[in-house]
Design a protein around this ligand. Structure first.
Ligand code: RI2
Length: 309
């Protein structure tokens, strides 16, 4: 796939999930570098920068995407030849993908420790990090049951229930608005993240905040499973995380909308859950309370993910 095709697939959500889009972007960047036929180092850098910007512009919220792309682009900070730069880009890209894939396994292992035999879990959307924890608990022989939401308007819940079903996990598929109705039957809410701010607030699929709110009221714990590259370094400087608002046609067919001139369809893809509604964030480096988000940004992202100039 050429870079513009990967970018288009991310935009259209054919490739989706914060971790997956980060890996897809990094792979696209590596392929682009491999095929780039220029001999002038400055031209190489310029072309690479254009490619990086195209990828980053595809979806604004999941910080895994710019974090991953910037990590690879650090290869171009100083280099002696186009060939050296190319090699450095490929090495960093391979390192990111390997780290990202391993991180899911480590998170699953740590997350499973927080799931007890007999637990009823609730998950929202389709997060490979959150599902990894659930699948690992099941693999360890813990008897668990899951409530999975539908996730309007893109119905990522369907992907989740297929995975849970294939693993042989007892699953209840519910509409998004049924969470409050079932929350007292749930022992633990476990979701993923698209971005985590320095104050521990978690940006995840729209609906997560009201689920966390319902869980808080019911004294049900909420756990977030997220790789360290989902933490947003720029929030340290007060920068806000942009919430993507997608095409209204995902919610209401345009023909129907056209008949309702006074109605504006709003389609935010994510919302923000405050740290006070989150009990634990599970990263590949360990489980932390949301209040320690700053430490993750400082200690892990400091060397792993940096800005590119
Ligand atoms: P993993 C997804 O976003 C969901 O919000 C999900 O919770 C989050 O990314 C994290 O997913 P979308 O691409 O990285 O469906 O854990 O909009 O797979």
């Amino acid at each position: 796939m050429v870079l513009s095709e990967t970018a288009e697939s991310i935009k259209k959500m054919e490739i989706r999930g914060a971790g997956r889009i980060a890996r897809a972007a990094v792979r696209a960047l590596a392929d682009f570098a491999r095929d780039l036929d220029v001999s002038d180092p400055e031209a190489f850098k310029r072309e690479m920068r254009g490619a990086a910007e195209t990828l980053i512009a595809t979806r604004p919220t999941a910080v895994s995407l710019p974090n991953a792309v910037r990590y690879v682009m650090r290869a171009l900070d100083s280099f002696e030849s186009v060939e050296a730069a190319r090699e450095a880009v490929l090495a960093r890209a391979a390192e990111f993908v390997k780290h990202s894939e391993h991180a899911i396994g480590w998170i699953a292992e740590i997350g499973a420790r927080h799931i007890s035999d007999g637990d009823v879990l609730l998950t929202h959307c389709n997060s490979e990090a959150a599902l990894g924890c659930i699948l690992e608990a099941h693999r360890q022989g813990k008897e668990i049951e899951v409530y999975a939401t539908e996730v309007r308007p893109r119905n990522q819940g369907l992907i989740t229930i297929r995975t849970l079903n294939d693993a042989g996990i007892r699953t209840n598929y519910i509409i998004d608005s049924a969470v409050r109705y079932f929350i007292n039957d749930v022992d633990l809410v476990i979701v993923g993240a698209d971005a985590i701010a320095v104050n521990g607030a978690v940006v995840n699929k729209i609906g997560t905040a009201q689920i966390a709110h319902a869980a808080h009221e019911a004294r049900t714990n909420v756990v977030v499973a997220a790789e360290t590259y989902k933490f947003a370094p720029r929030t340290i400087f007060g920068e806000l995380i942009e919430i993507e608002e997608r095409d209204p046609a995902e919610v209401l067919p345009p023909e129907e909308a056209a008949r309702l001139p006074f109605v504006r369809v709003r389609n935010p893809a994510f919302d923000v859950t405050p740290a006070e509604y989150i009990d634990l964030i599970i990263t590949e480096q360990g489980a932390i309370p949301p209040e320690l988000a700053y430490t993750v940004i400082k200690d892990y992202l400091g060397w792993r993910i940096e800005e590119f100039r």
